[in-house]
Design a protein around this ligand. Structure first.
Ligand code: S3P
Length: 433
Protein backbone atom coordinates (compact mmCIF):
# COMPACT_ATOMS: atom_id res chain seq x y z
CA UNK A 1 0.00 0.00 0.00
CA UNK A 2 1.33 3.44 -0.88
CA UNK A 3 -0.23 6.85 -0.18
CA UNK A 4 0.18 9.69 -2.67
CA UNK A 5 -1.01 13.23 -2.20
CA UNK A 6 -1.02 16.46 -4.13
CA UNK A 7 2.43 17.89 -4.61
CA UNK A 8 3.88 21.11 -5.95
CA UNK A 9 5.26 21.48 -9.45
CA UNK A 10 7.66 18.97 -11.00
CA UNK A 11 10.88 20.68 -11.93
CA UNK A 12 14.22 19.47 -13.17
CA UNK A 13 15.77 16.82 -15.36
CA UNK A 14 15.35 13.10 -15.42
CA UNK A 15 16.97 10.25 -17.30
CA UNK A 16 14.49 7.41 -17.22
CA UNK A 17 15.51 3.74 -17.46
CA UNK A 18 16.06 1.87 -20.70
CA UNK A 19 13.36 0.75 -23.09
CA UNK A 20 11.80 -2.54 -22.01
CA UNK A 21 10.99 -3.81 -25.51
CA UNK A 22 14.49 -3.07 -26.83
CA UNK A 23 16.17 -4.52 -23.72
CA UNK A 24 14.33 -7.85 -24.17
CA UNK A 25 15.31 -8.06 -27.82
CA UNK A 26 18.95 -7.25 -27.09
CA UNK A 27 19.18 -10.28 -24.81
CA UNK A 28 17.23 -12.56 -27.16
CA UNK A 29 19.07 -11.72 -30.37
CA UNK A 30 22.40 -11.47 -28.54
CA UNK A 31 21.87 -15.04 -27.30
CA UNK A 32 21.19 -16.27 -30.85
CA UNK A 33 24.09 -14.33 -32.40
CA UNK A 34 27.68 -15.45 -32.76
CA UNK A 35 30.02 -13.52 -30.47
CA UNK A 36 29.59 -11.09 -27.59
CA UNK A 37 26.72 -8.61 -27.62
CA UNK A 38 27.23 -5.64 -25.30
CA UNK A 39 24.04 -3.88 -24.27
CA UNK A 40 24.20 -0.43 -22.68
CA UNK A 41 21.24 1.37 -21.11
CA UNK A 42 19.62 -2.00 -20.32
CA UNK A 43 16.47 -1.99 -18.18
CA UNK A 44 16.98 -4.30 -15.19
CA UNK A 45 13.22 -4.54 -14.58
CA UNK A 46 11.62 -7.82 -13.58
CA UNK A 47 10.34 -8.56 -17.12
CA UNK A 48 13.77 -8.22 -18.75
CA UNK A 49 15.35 -10.22 -15.93
CA UNK A 50 12.85 -13.01 -16.77
CA UNK A 51 14.20 -13.00 -20.33
CA UNK A 52 17.79 -13.20 -19.04
CA UNK A 53 16.86 -16.06 -16.73
CA UNK A 54 15.24 -18.05 -19.57
CA UNK A 55 18.32 -17.76 -21.80
CA UNK A 56 20.69 -18.59 -18.94
CA UNK A 57 18.70 -21.78 -18.41
CA UNK A 58 19.40 -22.66 -22.03
CA UNK A 59 23.16 -22.35 -21.54
CA UNK A 60 23.76 -18.72 -22.49
CA UNK A 61 26.25 -16.85 -20.34
CA UNK A 62 24.89 -13.38 -19.53
CA UNK A 63 26.65 -10.90 -17.23
CA UNK A 64 24.97 -7.88 -15.70
CA UNK A 65 26.97 -4.94 -14.35
CA UNK A 66 26.33 -4.19 -10.63
CA UNK A 67 23.87 -1.39 -11.53
CA UNK A 68 22.13 -3.68 -14.03
CA UNK A 69 22.40 -1.23 -16.92
CA UNK A 70 25.20 -2.94 -18.87
CA UNK A 71 24.83 -6.50 -20.08
CA UNK A 72 27.23 -8.84 -21.88
CA UNK A 73 25.62 -11.73 -23.72
CA UNK A 74 27.92 -14.51 -24.94
CA UNK A 75 25.88 -15.63 -27.95
CA UNK A 76 26.15 -19.24 -29.09
CA UNK A 77 24.58 -18.87 -32.52
CA UNK A 78 21.14 -19.72 -33.87
CA UNK A 79 21.58 -23.38 -32.95
CA UNK A 80 23.44 -22.88 -29.69
CA UNK A 81 20.58 -23.05 -27.15
CA UNK A 82 20.81 -26.14 -24.95
CA UNK A 83 18.36 -28.17 -22.86
CA UNK A 84 20.15 -30.81 -20.81
CA UNK A 85 18.06 -34.01 -21.00
CA UNK A 86 16.15 -32.70 -24.03
CA UNK A 87 13.61 -30.64 -22.04
CA UNK A 88 13.72 -27.24 -20.37
CA UNK A 89 11.24 -25.47 -18.07
CA UNK A 90 11.19 -21.71 -18.45
CA UNK A 91 9.40 -19.22 -16.20
CA UNK A 92 8.51 -15.93 -17.88
CA UNK A 93 7.05 -14.16 -14.82
CA UNK A 94 4.70 -11.31 -15.79
CA UNK A 95 6.23 -10.83 -19.23
CA UNK A 96 4.07 -11.23 -22.32
CA UNK A 97 6.98 -10.14 -24.51
CA UNK A 98 9.20 -12.93 -23.16
CA UNK A 99 6.47 -15.56 -23.44
CA UNK A 100 5.38 -14.74 -26.96
CA UNK A 101 8.69 -13.94 -28.68
CA UNK A 102 10.47 -16.81 -26.93
CA UNK A 103 7.83 -19.24 -28.24
CA UNK A 104 8.85 -18.33 -31.78
CA UNK A 105 12.50 -18.93 -30.93
CA UNK A 106 11.78 -22.24 -29.19
CA UNK A 107 9.51 -23.73 -31.88
CA UNK A 108 12.39 -24.74 -34.20
CA UNK A 109 14.84 -25.86 -31.47
CA UNK A 110 15.93 -29.49 -31.13
CA UNK A 111 14.38 -29.86 -27.65
CA UNK A 112 11.13 -29.55 -25.75
CA UNK A 113 10.27 -26.46 -23.69
CA UNK A 114 7.59 -25.83 -21.09
CA UNK A 115 6.76 -22.15 -20.64
CA UNK A 116 4.95 -21.00 -17.51
CA UNK A 117 4.37 -17.55 -16.05
CA UNK A 118 2.60 -15.77 -13.20
CA UNK A 119 -1.17 -15.69 -12.69
CA UNK A 120 -1.58 -12.78 -15.15
CA UNK A 121 0.48 -14.46 -17.89
CA UNK A 122 -1.48 -17.66 -17.51
CA UNK A 123 -4.66 -15.73 -18.38
CA UNK A 124 -3.34 -13.86 -21.43
CA UNK A 125 -4.22 -15.06 -24.93
CA UNK A 126 -1.57 -17.21 -26.58
CA UNK A 127 -3.74 -18.49 -29.43
CA UNK A 128 -2.51 -15.45 -31.37
CA UNK A 129 0.98 -17.03 -31.47
CA UNK A 130 -0.09 -20.68 -31.38
CA UNK A 131 -2.05 -20.30 -34.66
CA UNK A 132 0.77 -18.94 -36.84
CA UNK A 133 3.34 -21.27 -35.29
CA UNK A 134 1.10 -24.27 -36.00
CA UNK A 135 0.75 -23.05 -39.58
CA UNK A 136 4.56 -23.06 -39.79
CA UNK A 137 4.60 -26.70 -38.71
CA UNK A 138 5.42 -26.14 -35.04
CA UNK A 139 4.33 -28.49 -32.28
CA UNK A 140 2.96 -26.11 -29.64
CA UNK A 141 0.10 -26.78 -27.25
CA UNK A 142 -1.62 -24.90 -24.48
CA UNK A 143 -1.19 -27.45 -21.70
CA UNK A 144 -4.58 -26.73 -20.09
CA UNK A 145 -6.31 -26.45 -23.48
CA UNK A 146 -7.48 -22.89 -22.76
CA UNK A 147 -5.31 -21.07 -25.31
CA UNK A 148 -3.08 -19.70 -22.55
CA UNK A 149 0.24 -20.65 -20.93
CA UNK A 150 1.58 -23.08 -19.76
CA UNK A 151 2.75 -23.87 -23.28
CA UNK A 152 4.51 -27.05 -24.31
CA UNK A 153 6.69 -26.61 -27.38
CA UNK A 154 8.32 -29.63 -28.93
CA UNK A 155 10.99 -28.48 -31.36
CA UNK A 156 10.19 -29.15 -35.02
CA UNK A 157 11.47 -27.94 -38.42
CA UNK A 158 9.43 -25.00 -39.73
CA UNK A 159 8.18 -23.83 -43.10
CA UNK A 160 7.79 -20.20 -44.12
CA UNK A 161 4.25 -18.80 -44.29
CA UNK A 162 2.41 -15.63 -45.21
CA UNK A 163 0.33 -14.89 -42.15
CA UNK A 164 -2.44 -12.29 -41.87
CA UNK A 165 -2.43 -11.37 -38.20
CA UNK A 166 -5.86 -10.33 -36.91
CA UNK A 167 -4.18 -8.04 -34.36
CA UNK A 168 -1.53 -5.35 -34.66
CA UNK A 169 0.85 -6.85 -32.14
CA UNK A 170 4.63 -6.57 -32.08
CA UNK A 171 4.78 -9.61 -29.84
CA UNK A 172 2.98 -11.72 -32.45
CA UNK A 173 5.00 -10.19 -35.29
CA UNK A 174 8.28 -10.77 -33.45
CA UNK A 175 7.34 -14.35 -32.57
CA UNK A 176 6.64 -15.17 -36.22
CA UNK A 177 9.73 -13.34 -37.52
CA UNK A 178 11.97 -15.14 -35.02
CA UNK A 179 10.51 -18.50 -36.02
CA UNK A 180 11.00 -17.41 -39.63
CA UNK A 181 14.76 -17.09 -39.11
CA UNK A 182 14.76 -20.89 -38.89
CA UNK A 183 12.15 -21.64 -41.57
CA UNK A 184 12.98 -23.18 -44.93
CA UNK A 185 11.37 -20.35 -46.92
CA UNK A 186 10.63 -16.67 -46.55
CA UNK A 187 8.18 -15.81 -43.74
CA UNK A 188 5.80 -12.87 -44.05
CA UNK A 189 3.51 -11.37 -41.45
CA UNK A 190 0.86 -8.82 -42.36
CA UNK A 191 -0.69 -6.74 -39.60
CA UNK A 192 -3.67 -4.38 -39.80
CA UNK A 193 -1.77 -1.41 -38.33
CA UNK A 194 1.94 -0.96 -37.80
CA UNK A 195 3.05 -2.19 -34.37
CA UNK A 196 6.44 -1.33 -32.84
CA UNK A 197 9.25 -2.27 -35.20
CA UNK A 198 12.15 -2.87 -32.79
CA UNK A 199 12.50 -6.49 -33.93
CA UNK A 200 12.78 -5.55 -37.60
CA UNK A 201 15.37 -2.88 -36.81
CA UNK A 202 17.45 -5.00 -34.47
CA UNK A 203 17.36 -8.23 -36.48
CA UNK A 204 18.51 -6.29 -39.53
CA UNK A 205 21.35 -4.78 -37.48
CA UNK A 206 22.38 -8.30 -36.39
CA UNK A 207 22.60 -9.28 -40.08
CA UNK A 208 19.24 -10.93 -40.79
CA UNK A 209 17.50 -10.17 -44.04
CA UNK A 210 14.34 -8.37 -42.94
CA UNK A 211 12.13 -6.01 -44.88
CA UNK A 212 8.92 -4.11 -44.29
CA UNK A 213 6.45 -2.33 -46.51
CA UNK A 214 2.91 -1.05 -46.59
CA UNK A 215 0.52 -2.99 -48.85
CA UNK A 216 -3.20 -2.84 -49.61
CA UNK A 217 -3.75 -5.58 -46.96
CA UNK A 218 -1.83 -3.80 -44.20
CA UNK A 219 1.73 -3.60 -42.98
CA UNK A 220 3.98 -6.41 -44.10
CA UNK A 221 7.20 -7.55 -42.41
CA UNK A 222 9.22 -10.41 -43.87
CA UNK A 223 12.33 -12.37 -42.98
CA UNK A 224 14.48 -14.71 -45.05
CA UNK A 225 15.84 -17.99 -43.67
CA UNK A 226 18.95 -17.01 -41.75
CA UNK A 227 22.30 -18.75 -41.44
CA UNK A 228 23.85 -16.60 -38.75
CA UNK A 229 23.29 -13.52 -36.66
CA UNK A 230 26.32 -11.48 -35.70
CA UNK A 231 26.85 -10.01 -32.25
CA UNK A 232 26.90 -6.24 -32.01
CA UNK A 233 26.63 -3.36 -29.59
CA UNK A 234 23.09 -2.42 -28.60
CA UNK A 235 22.44 1.03 -27.16
CA UNK A 236 19.03 1.12 -25.46
CA UNK A 237 17.37 4.56 -25.31
CA UNK A 238 15.12 5.60 -22.42
CA UNK A 239 11.68 4.02 -22.47
CA UNK A 240 9.04 6.41 -23.80
CA UNK A 241 6.41 4.31 -22.02
CA UNK A 242 8.11 5.19 -18.71
CA UNK A 243 8.72 8.80 -19.78
CA UNK A 244 4.97 9.02 -20.33
CA UNK A 245 4.24 9.33 -16.58
CA UNK A 246 6.56 12.32 -16.20
CA UNK A 247 5.26 13.83 -19.40
CA UNK A 248 1.71 13.55 -18.03
CA UNK A 249 2.63 14.79 -14.56
CA UNK A 250 4.52 17.82 -15.93
CA UNK A 251 1.72 18.63 -18.36
CA UNK A 252 -0.88 18.44 -15.58
CA UNK A 253 0.67 19.96 -12.45
CA UNK A 254 0.70 23.79 -12.65
CA UNK A 255 4.15 25.36 -12.67
CA UNK A 256 5.94 22.20 -13.86
CA UNK A 257 8.83 22.03 -16.30
CA UNK A 258 10.66 18.73 -16.80
CA UNK A 259 13.39 17.72 -19.23
CA UNK A 260 13.29 13.97 -19.92
CA UNK A 261 16.72 13.02 -21.29
CA UNK A 262 17.57 10.46 -23.99
CA UNK A 263 14.14 9.00 -24.62
CA UNK A 264 13.41 6.69 -27.54
CA UNK A 265 11.14 8.39 -30.09
CA UNK A 266 10.80 5.58 -32.64
CA UNK A 267 7.66 6.64 -34.57
CA UNK A 268 6.03 3.24 -33.93
CA UNK A 269 6.24 4.03 -30.18
CA UNK A 270 5.87 7.77 -29.94
CA UNK A 271 2.11 8.16 -30.46
CA UNK A 272 1.80 9.75 -27.02
CA UNK A 273 3.66 12.82 -28.29
CA UNK A 274 1.01 13.32 -30.95
CA UNK A 275 -1.97 12.51 -28.72
CA UNK A 276 -0.74 14.67 -25.81
CA UNK A 277 0.10 17.41 -28.35
CA UNK A 278 -3.47 17.24 -29.67
CA UNK A 279 -4.65 17.70 -26.06
CA UNK A 280 -2.62 20.89 -25.89
CA UNK A 281 0.40 19.61 -23.97
CA UNK A 282 3.47 21.83 -24.31
CA UNK A 283 6.12 19.38 -25.56
CA UNK A 284 9.36 20.09 -27.41
CA UNK A 285 11.91 17.60 -28.70
CA UNK A 286 15.53 18.65 -28.27
CA UNK A 287 18.90 17.09 -29.14
CA UNK A 288 17.54 14.47 -31.54
CA UNK A 289 19.84 11.53 -32.24
CA UNK A 290 19.27 9.24 -35.17
CA UNK A 291 20.79 5.89 -34.24
CA UNK A 292 19.38 2.42 -34.86
CA UNK A 293 16.64 3.68 -32.56
CA UNK A 294 16.01 7.45 -32.68
CA UNK A 295 16.10 9.32 -29.36
CA UNK A 296 15.64 12.87 -28.09
CA UNK A 297 15.31 14.93 -24.93
CA UNK A 298 11.66 15.74 -24.26
CA UNK A 299 10.89 19.07 -22.63
CA UNK A 300 7.43 19.28 -21.08
CA UNK A 301 5.87 22.34 -19.49
CA UNK A 302 2.52 22.65 -17.78
CA UNK A 303 -0.33 23.84 -19.97
CA UNK A 304 -4.10 23.57 -19.93
CA UNK A 305 -5.39 20.46 -21.69
CA UNK A 306 -8.45 19.78 -23.80
CA UNK A 307 -10.19 16.57 -24.84
CA UNK A 308 -9.33 14.72 -28.04
CA UNK A 309 -10.13 11.58 -30.02
CA UNK A 310 -7.55 8.77 -30.01
CA UNK A 311 -8.31 6.10 -32.59
CA UNK A 312 -7.19 4.18 -35.66
CA UNK A 313 -3.65 3.47 -36.77
CA UNK A 314 -2.04 5.46 -33.96
CA UNK A 315 -3.33 3.03 -31.32
CA UNK A 316 -0.41 0.51 -31.49
CA UNK A 317 2.03 3.44 -31.19
CA UNK A 318 0.58 4.41 -27.80
CA UNK A 319 -1.12 1.24 -26.60
CA UNK A 320 0.82 1.11 -23.30
CA UNK A 321 0.30 4.83 -22.73
CA UNK A 322 -3.51 4.75 -22.95
CA UNK A 323 -3.99 4.39 -19.16
CA UNK A 324 -1.98 7.55 -18.49
CA UNK A 325 -3.59 9.35 -21.45
CA UNK A 326 -7.00 8.43 -19.98
CA UNK A 327 -6.15 10.10 -16.72
CA UNK A 328 -4.77 13.17 -18.52
CA UNK A 329 -8.15 13.24 -20.25
CA UNK A 330 -9.91 13.21 -16.88
CA UNK A 331 -8.21 16.54 -16.04
CA UNK A 332 -8.63 18.01 -19.54
CA UNK A 333 -11.54 20.26 -20.51
CA UNK A 334 -14.11 18.48 -22.66
CA UNK A 335 -14.58 14.94 -23.84
CA UNK A 336 -11.90 12.44 -24.85
CA UNK A 337 -12.84 9.38 -26.85
CA UNK A 338 -10.51 6.37 -27.04
CA UNK A 339 -11.52 3.74 -29.57
CA UNK A 340 -10.00 0.84 -31.59
CA UNK A 341 -8.15 -0.19 -28.43
CA UNK A 342 -9.80 -3.52 -27.51
CA UNK A 343 -6.25 -4.86 -26.99
CA UNK A 344 -6.29 -3.02 -23.65
CA UNK A 345 -8.48 -5.81 -22.30
CA UNK A 346 -5.74 -8.43 -22.73
CA UNK A 347 -2.78 -6.59 -21.23
CA UNK A 348 -1.33 -7.37 -17.76
CA UNK A 349 -4.92 -6.84 -16.59
CA UNK A 350 -8.08 -5.62 -18.35
CA UNK A 351 -6.95 -2.00 -18.59
CA UNK A 352 -10.33 -0.68 -19.80
CA UNK A 353 -12.05 -2.08 -16.70
CA UNK A 354 -9.26 -1.19 -14.26
CA UNK A 355 -8.72 2.39 -15.51
CA UNK A 356 -12.48 2.98 -15.50
CA UNK A 357 -12.80 1.60 -11.98
CA UNK A 358 -9.96 3.76 -10.65
CA UNK A 359 -11.09 6.96 -12.34
CA UNK A 360 -14.70 6.47 -11.19
CA UNK A 361 -13.46 5.92 -7.62
CA UNK A 362 -11.70 9.31 -7.87
CA UNK A 363 -14.87 11.04 -9.06
CA UNK A 364 -14.22 11.20 -12.82
CA UNK A 365 -16.90 10.69 -15.46
CA UNK A 366 -15.83 7.70 -17.54
CA UNK A 367 -17.79 5.23 -19.64
CA UNK A 368 -16.06 2.04 -20.69
CA UNK A 369 -16.75 0.78 -24.20
CA UNK A 370 -15.90 -2.45 -26.01
CA UNK A 371 -12.78 -0.95 -27.51
CA UNK A 372 -11.91 2.01 -25.32
CA UNK A 373 -13.39 4.67 -23.06
CA UNK A 374 -15.24 7.95 -23.16
CA UNK A 375 -13.94 10.40 -20.58
CA UNK A 376 -15.70 13.64 -19.75
CA UNK A 377 -12.90 15.67 -18.29
CA UNK A 378 -12.55 18.80 -16.26
CA UNK A 379 -14.03 17.67 -12.94
CA UNK A 380 -11.82 17.89 -9.84
CA UNK A 381 -10.79 14.41 -8.67
CA UNK A 382 -10.44 13.24 -5.09
CA UNK A 383 -8.13 10.66 -3.59
CA UNK A 384 -9.42 7.08 -3.38
CA UNK A 385 -8.26 3.52 -2.85
CA UNK A 386 -7.00 2.29 -6.24
CA UNK A 387 -6.70 -1.37 -7.18
CA UNK A 388 -3.70 -1.73 -9.46
CA UNK A 389 -4.39 -5.42 -10.13
CA UNK A 390 -0.63 -5.95 -10.02
CA UNK A 391 -0.31 -3.97 -13.27
CA UNK A 392 2.75 -1.68 -13.34
CA UNK A 393 1.20 0.76 -15.79
CA UNK A 394 -1.90 1.21 -13.62
CA UNK A 395 0.21 1.84 -10.52
CA UNK A 396 2.25 4.55 -12.27
CA UNK A 397 -0.78 6.14 -13.97
CA UNK A 398 -2.70 6.45 -10.72
CA UNK A 399 0.38 7.76 -8.93
CA UNK A 400 0.25 10.66 -11.41
CA UNK A 401 -3.50 11.04 -10.82
CA UNK A 402 -2.74 11.17 -7.09
CA UNK A 403 -0.52 14.23 -7.61
CA UNK A 404 -3.52 16.10 -9.00
CA UNK A 405 -6.32 14.81 -6.77
CA UNK A 406 -7.59 16.38 -3.53
CA UNK A 407 -6.66 14.31 -0.49
CA UNK A 408 -4.84 11.02 -0.41
CA UNK A 409 -4.73 8.40 -3.14
CA UNK A 410 -3.90 4.89 -1.95
CA UNK A 411 -2.39 2.32 -4.33
CA UNK A 412 -3.19 -1.15 -2.99
CA UNK A 413 -0.05 -2.62 -4.56
CA UNK A 414 2.67 -0.35 -5.83
CA UNK A 415 5.44 -2.97 -5.86
CA UNK A 416 4.42 -4.06 -9.38
CA UNK A 417 6.29 -1.03 -10.81
CA UNK A 418 9.39 -3.25 -10.57
CA UNK A 419 8.23 -4.93 -13.79
CA UNK A 420 9.28 -1.94 -15.91
CA UNK A 421 10.47 0.86 -13.62
CA UNK A 422 11.90 -0.21 -10.25
CA UNK A 423 12.96 3.34 -9.24
CA UNK A 424 9.74 5.05 -10.36
CA UNK A 425 8.63 6.40 -6.98
CA UNK A 426 12.04 7.74 -5.97
CA UNK A 427 12.43 9.40 -9.39
CA UNK A 428 8.97 10.97 -9.02
CA UNK A 429 9.81 12.21 -5.51
CA UNK A 430 13.07 13.71 -6.72
CA UNK A 431 11.20 15.89 -9.23
CA UNK A 432 8.48 17.02 -6.82
CA UNK A 433 10.80 17.93 -3.96
C1 S3P B 1 5.55 -5.16 -26.70
C2 S3P B 1 4.46 -5.07 -27.51
C3 S3P B 1 3.14 -4.60 -27.04
C4 S3P B 1 3.22 -3.86 -25.71
C5 S3P B 1 4.11 -4.58 -24.74
C6 S3P B 1 5.52 -4.75 -25.29
C7 S3P B 1 6.81 -5.66 -27.28
O1 S3P B 1 2.29 -5.71 -26.88
O2 S3P B 1 1.95 -3.69 -25.18
O3 S3P B 1 4.18 -3.86 -23.53
O4 S3P B 1 7.88 -5.46 -26.67
O5 S3P B 1 6.76 -6.26 -28.37
P1 S3P B 1 1.48 -6.33 -28.13
O6 S3P B 1 2.48 -6.76 -29.10
O7 S3P B 1 0.73 -7.49 -27.56
O8 S3P B 1 0.58 -5.24 -28.59
Amino acid sequence: MLAISGKGPLRGEIRIPGDKSISHRGVMFGSLAEGTTEISGFLPGADCLSTIDCFRRMGISIDLSPDGHSVRVEGRGLHGLRAPGGEVSLYTGNSGTTTRILSGILAPQAFTSILTGDASIEKRPMKRIIDPLLAMGADIVSVRGNGCAPLKITGHPLTGIRYLSPVASAQVKSCVLCAGLYAREETILVEPALSRDHTERMLAAFGASVSSRRTSRGYEASVQPCERLEARKVRVPGDISSAAYFLAAAALVPGSEVLIRGTGINPTRAGILQAAGAMGADISLLNREDGAEPAADILVRHSSLKGTVIEGDIIPALIDELPVLALMAAFAEGTTIIRDAAELKVKETDRIAAVTEGLLAMGARVTPTDDGMVIEGGRPLHGALIHTYGDHRLAMSFAVAGLMADGETLLDDETCVSVSYPSFFSDLNALTR
